[in-house]
Design a protein around this ligand. Structure first.
Ligand code: SF4
Length: 495
């Protein structure tokens, strides 16, 4: 029987999904490069380069193994599959469950045999079983269930060290200077990289890649070695810190490799366990990374499938502002925002606190339409995907699901950013000021946000104290006036 395995651009695992048991001779492998998808939004150059190059390297490796591989450019994914079927006439086309809602519908419409996805430790149906009947889906509960189920960092039924999370130890303020941050392995660009770059559309933005983001498994494994040996021993304490002159800190940079299928979360968890048991990594660091990979990442994946497709239209705070022009190139004097956006331009990357507490926070406070921030993040980040961005933006950053995911809005003023960064020291604005020309926009908009949503927030015990503080503000009218000025300048690209 002639069989085709259709591999999508984020399914690049030789022994996973529909390719798990495939052998050369029995199977043709199809990879479709959708021209419409490439041109569908102003993607960051490094994101497009990453996916297209990784697909071609994967195709090359399969050919070396003896597979017949059809890399097919087409207007849409569906066109590529239909054309392949018309030409090659396979008896069936097999595909692993796609990671996006729309691609899943496309695969079903095309009559593909959709096999169970195995790129996550917890399948989304298992997540739905876990979620069934629960009134709230707490990450902590899910993470504990994952630890018990898979046995990572466990002593029998109990967590190693007697507690599930060491997060409280992982919120240190950034060190002032003299810190030596680990440097990830770089793979110099070759002819294939250049070939892909030469064909990117003119709408692609951001700087050229430098070989930072792995485009094949060998590089991804070198990055994982580097993480375990160099990053993990000091991982944790500065996870929430931001420094103007240092973008990596001790973030692992593994997300793009995990999201493309170049690495599997199980092997990352196993390496964490091994490093801890071997005495090379403190427990707080090992647990911190395990929580990200085994807890948060799998939780976000499960939530996406549980609440789609309605979830992408959630807008509980009725946010209606267009994405501010500073996200698409307008200058800004806000040092924290500029630093995060310069990083995105240079590397298609910002770490999670920059995403949540700077870029997301600004959009939350200003009332930006959730779908606009989702689209921007999806197009701008090297690890962007709908399943990643929707829960992170709708649920976490913008509280647009009304608290289904986060127990409170992650709103913060300039004081928070000052505590966790060195940005405020060199900023044109004063982080403690809420009114006046020098007032920090975050601080002004923070109070204005509480004011606008005070009825909703007063009933939330996690923010009720701040709402009470609002009622004691002596200059609330001035804050309201200043907030109008700040928002008008934000809209004009002049903040
Ligand atoms: Fe950001 Fe405000 Fe600090 Fe400036 S003062 S860096 S705008 S938080």
């Amino acid at each position: 029987m002639a069989e085709t395995v259709w591999v999508l651009g984020d399914q690049l695992a030789r022994r996973g999904g529909a390719l798990r048991d495939a052998e050369p001779g029995d199977t043709t492998v199809l990879l479709v490069e959708s021209d419409r998808l490439v041109r569908s939004r102003p993607w960051h150059r490094q994101r497009l380069h990453l996916v297209l190059t990784a697909m071609r390297r994967f195709a090359h490796a399969l050919r070396e193994e003896g597979f017949d591989v059809d890399v097919r450019p087409a207007p849409l994914l569906a066109d590529g599959v239909r054309d392949h079927i018309a030409e090659r006439r396979p008896d069936l086309v097999r595909v692993a469950e796609p990671t996006s809602w729309d691609a899943r519908r496309t695969a079903e419409r095309l009559g593909c045999v959709v096999v169970r996805d195995d790129r996550f430790l917890c399948h989304h149906e298992e997540f739905a079983d876990w979620a069934g009947g629960r009134s709230t889906l707490r990450l902590g509960d899910f993470y504990r269930a994952q630890r018990r189920r898979f046995g990572f960092l466990m002593d029998g039924e109990e967590p190693v060290g007697g507690q599930w999370s060491f997060d409280a130890e992982n919120r240190q303020r950034p060190p002032r200077e003299g810190h030596d941050w680990p440097r990830p392995p770089i793979a110099p660009l070759d002819d294939l990289d250049q070939e892909v770059l030469a064909r990117l559309p003119a709408t692609a933005r951001g700087e050229q890649p430098v070989g930072l983001w792995p485009t094949d498994r060998a590089h991804a494994l070198r990055l994982l070695d580097h993480v375990v040996e160099d990053v993990l021993p000091g991982f944790g304490p500065y996870q929430d810190a931001m420094l103007t002159g240092e973008w990596r800190l001790r973030h692992t940079l593994l997300s793009s490799s995990l999201n493309l299928g170049l690495l599997h979360p199980r092997e990352v968890c196993e390496r964490i366990e091994e490093a801890y048991r071997g005495g090379r990594v403190p427990l707080a660091s090992a647990e911190g990374l395990l929580r990200q990979v085994l807890g948060w990442r799998e939780y976000v994946w499960g939530v996406y499938w549980l609440w789609m497709p309605e979830y992408r239209d959630a807008n509980a705070l009725s946010a209606a502002r267009p994405l501010p022009p500073l996200f698409t190139g307008a200058p800004t004097r806000m040092r924290c925002v500029r630093s995060a956006l310069e990083g995105v331009h240079a590397r298609a990357y910002a770490h999670h606190i920059q995403r949540l507490m700077v870029l997301g926070n600004l959009c939350l406070l200003a009332g930006v339409r959730p779908t606009e921030l989702v689209d921007w993040m999806h197009a701008s980040f090297v690890d962007g995907a709908e399943w990643v961005m929707l829960p992170n933006v709708i649920g976490m950053a913008l509280y647009a699901d009304g608290g289904r995911m986060a127990t409170k809005p992650y709103a913060g003023g300039g004081n928070y950013i000052d505590r966790m960064s060195d940005h405020c020291r060199s900023c044109a604005y004063a982080h403690r000021e809420r009114v006046g020309e020098d007032a920090c926009p975050f601080t002004t908009l923070y109070w204005s946000f509480l004011d606008r949503h005070r009825e909703l927030l007063a009933g939330n015990h996690r923010v009720a104290r701040q709402v009470r503080a609002l009622e004691r503000l002596p200059d609330l009218d001035e804050v309201r006036t200043r907030a109008q000025v700040v928002l008008a300048r934000l809209d004009e690209g002049a903040l």
